[in-house]
Write a protein that binds this ligand. Structure first.
Ligand code: NI
Ligand code: MN
Length: 225
């Protein structure tokens, strides 16, 4: 499994022979200016919810790659109306794909599309494959729903928001890591905008004190699991 960070809450995971891209918000993010979305490949694009900072580049990448866009019913149908050629709509529940099993699980957040239309329920994804398993929480506060994640998969890593204000902060994410029974956490959704700026060293030490690891790759960097 190879994780590659594209800034904010955007990342790809190469797993079981497929490239899964999550929440692409790259071209509007000045910190990710080194990433050219024309160079990204994707077999699937997962959309956690409808907010602009999670869907901005979905249409462009889906049209060029032919990737299947997976997410909540309302969000992916809105994206289809914007020109996405292939969607797979889900609601909370599990579905088997050619690379493995996907569970769309609740996030405690909101969801409207960039034009203000209804975005359905926001969620996260548990991805379970023969090669390994991971969880992406999406935008969410700390929620007891996370206690169910180990039911879906024993996680090799998890991607959690740590920027606070709109989502969990690092302190909350430590407790989330305990609930989901995962020791390797990749922190996302921080330092992109002033309200989510954080003290990186303080965040890392909170995880160390809990005997967990907070991984904060640079934009464009990859991690192998
Ligand atoms: Ni959001
Ligand atoms: Mn967000």
């Amino acid at each position: 499994m190879k994780f590659t960070f594209y800034g904010h809450a955007s990342f790809a995971v190469d797993i079981a022979g497929k490239t899964l891209l999550f929440d692409p918000f790259i071209s509007p993010n000045p910190a990710a200016s080194a990433i050219d979305i024309q160079q990204l490949s994707a077999d699937y694009i997962f959309v956690s919810h409808g907010h602009t900072d999670h869907v901005a580049d979905v249409v462009a990448i889906a049209q060029r790659t032919g990737a299947i866009v997976v997410g909540g019913v309302e969000a992916v149908n809105w994206l289809k109306d914007q020109g996405v050629p292939h969607i797979h709509e889900m609601n909370f529940g599990s579905c088997t794909f050619d690379f493995g099993r996907v569970s769309f699980v609740p996030a405690a957040h909101s969801s409207s599309m960039p034009d203000g239309s209804y975005g359905g329920n926001p969620g996260g994804f548990v991805i379970a494959t023969d090669e390994g398993n991971f969880y992406y929480a999406g935008d969410t506060s700390l929620t007891s729903e996370m206690q169910l994640v180990p039911h879906y998969a024993a996680l090799d890593f998890a991607v959690l928001p740590i920027g606070g204000n709109y989502t969990m902060d690092a302190r909350d994410a430590v407790l989330a890591a305990q609930m989901i029974q995962c020791d390797k956490i990749i922190g996302v959704h921080y330092n992109t905008f002033p309200p989510i700026s954080i003290d990186i060293e303080a965040a890392k030490s909170l995880f160390v004190m809990a005997n967990k690891e907070l991984l904060l790759p640079q934009i464009g960097d990859s991690l192998i699991f």
